[in-house]
Every structure is written in C-alpha cells, then in structure tokens.
Ligand binder design. Structure first.
Ligand code: ADP
Ligand code: ADP
Length: 224
C-alpha cells in the first residue's frame, strides 16, 4: 500500500471519528484525533490539558500553537513515517500552513483531504444524541448507532455519557467557530487540488464505502 498522508475535515459531528476508527483498523496507519488527544490531556491534567480545558468547555478552539506542537511532535517522532490520518487538525488556516511547512521540512506532502460534509441541522441532531464511553471514548448515537445494552459501551464495558461540549448552547458556539475558522480550509485545500468532498448525510456504511473508493483512487495515484 502506498504511503497515505490523509486529513479528515468536516464540521463537528459530521462523522470524522466514526469513519476514522474504521479506516485506522483497515489502513493500519497512525490516527491522530486532536479532540481525543486533548481530552486525554485534560483527564491527565498535563500542562497542555490545563491550558486547553477552558477553551474546550466554552466550545472555542484551543490556541494554534498548542495544536501545532502536538502534531509536530508526532510527525517528527518517526511513527508516522509511512503515513497518517489526521482527524480534527488542521482547524484553522495558520494550522494548515504550519502543517504544510512541517511536511515540507520532512520532505513529504499531503495525499488528500477528505471533507465529510453535513448540514447544520443534521449536526445538531447528531451531537445531541452522541454518547461516548467514559473509558476509551468509543462513540455511539442513541438513535443512529445505539449500543447493544442501553448506556453501556459494547467494546470497553464502561458507562456511556454525553460530552460536556455536546450540550446545545456549546454546540451552537462550536458551529459558529467551524464556519468562521475551519470552513475557509475548504477553499485552501481546493486551491491546492487536494480537496475531496464526501456526502456525510448518508448512513455510516454508505459514507464508509464512499471513503474507501476515494482512498483506492488516491492510493493508485500515489503509487503511480
Ligand atoms: P468534534 O469531534 O465534535 O469535531 P473534537 O473532539 O474534534 O470535536 O474537538 C473537541 C474540542 O477540542 C474542540 O471544540 C476544540 O476546543 C478542541 N480542538 C480539537 N482539535 C482542535 C484543533 N485542531 N484546533 C483547536 N482546537 C481543537
Ligand atoms: P465527529 O468526529 O465528526 O465529531 P462522530 O463520528 O463523533 O463525529 O459522529 C457524531 C455522532 O453522529 C455520533 O453520535 C455518531 O454515532 C453519529 N454518526 C456518525 N456518522 C453517522 C452517520 N453517517 N449517520 C448517522 N449518525 C452518524
């Protein structure tokens, strides 16, 4: 399999994590979901976690330099030398520019950006029903992807809870942040010829199929 340097882009709740989890197993690439990395840092009360928490609680973006540092560390570590999947990074133009220059420095480049698109209305429905396992953060939806036993994770057996930032008033703020700060990346990557849009409003299996087809095409192009 060719080296794949992929970004999953899209509004909160569009299904990046759901699809990322499936892709990661199949493609056997390191998967960096910045929301998960930050939540783990908050739990462990590291310096990054202490800095990030207040931003995350409000539904604001955590400052660029924190995120750029997190991703630069991983790219420099060697563990992503044969490819990676980024979920939730970059989320601003300065983050995207920093990623470009870091990859350039390492003699690498992006293979493609997968935009999982979804309407604001669908996002509110998705996030209000999202539940995550306390232990490992596995993701469910009360209606669209329920666990086998109500309130309990199928995989790690821990309790399922609603994320604090999935409360309606915080979700509205996160959507505003997305449109203001992250949506400009759609044009940024379009101009670089890297953008691939997937319709995220379909059921998870259909979205997965579309992503797989796209990745096969990208792998062929990369290998040729
Ligand atoms: P979602 O899965 O709903 O899109 P995430 O789990 O990716 O949300 O992110 C949760 C929160 O973590 C964001 O609201 C933001 O505060 C912070 N965060 C995650 N990634 C970034 C990033 N690249 N830049 C700034 N803040 C981020
Ligand atoms: P993101 O990582 O982009 O914030 P998630 O993968 O966490 O999004 O999905 C948000 C919520 O929507 C979760 O509750 C998830 O179970 C549900 N979900 C994900 N993909 C779909 C889909 N294609 N159709 C319906 N619900 C979905």
């Amino acid at each position: 399999m060719a080296n794949l340097n992929l970004i999953l882009l899209g509004p909160p709740g569009s299904g990046k994590g759901t699809q990322g989890e499936r892709l990661q197993e199949d493609l056997d690439l390191p998967y960096y979901a910045t929301g998960d990395i930050l939540r783990a840092a908050v739990k462990e009360k590291t310096d990054v976690g202490l800095k990030a928490q207040e931003f995350m609680d409000r539904g604001d973006l955590v400052p660029d330099e924190v995120l750029i540092g997190i991703i630069a560390d991983r790219l420099e570590s060697g563990e992503a030398d044969h490819g990676f999947i980024l979920d939730g990074f970059p989320r601003t133009v300065p983050q995207a520019e920093a990623l470009d220059s870091k990859l350039h420095e390492l003699g690498r480049s992006l293979t493609g950006v997968i935009l999982i698109d979804s309407s604001d209305e669908e996002i509110v429905r998705r996030l209000s029903g999202r539940r995550v396992s306390v232990k490992d953060g596995h993701v469910y939806h009360v209606e669209f992807n329920p666990p086998k036993v109500d309130g309990i994770c199928d995989i790690d057996g821990s309790e399922l809870i609603t994320r604090d930032d999935d409360k309606p008033e915080v979700v509205r703020h996160r959507l505003v942040q997305y449109h203001e700060k992250t949506a400009p990346l759609v044009d940024f990557y379009k101009q670089q010829g890297l953008l691939n849009r997937i319709e995220g409003g379909e059921p998870p299996e259909k979205v997965e199929e579309s992503i797989r087809k796209l990745i096969s095409t990208l792998s062929l192009e990369e290998g040729s």
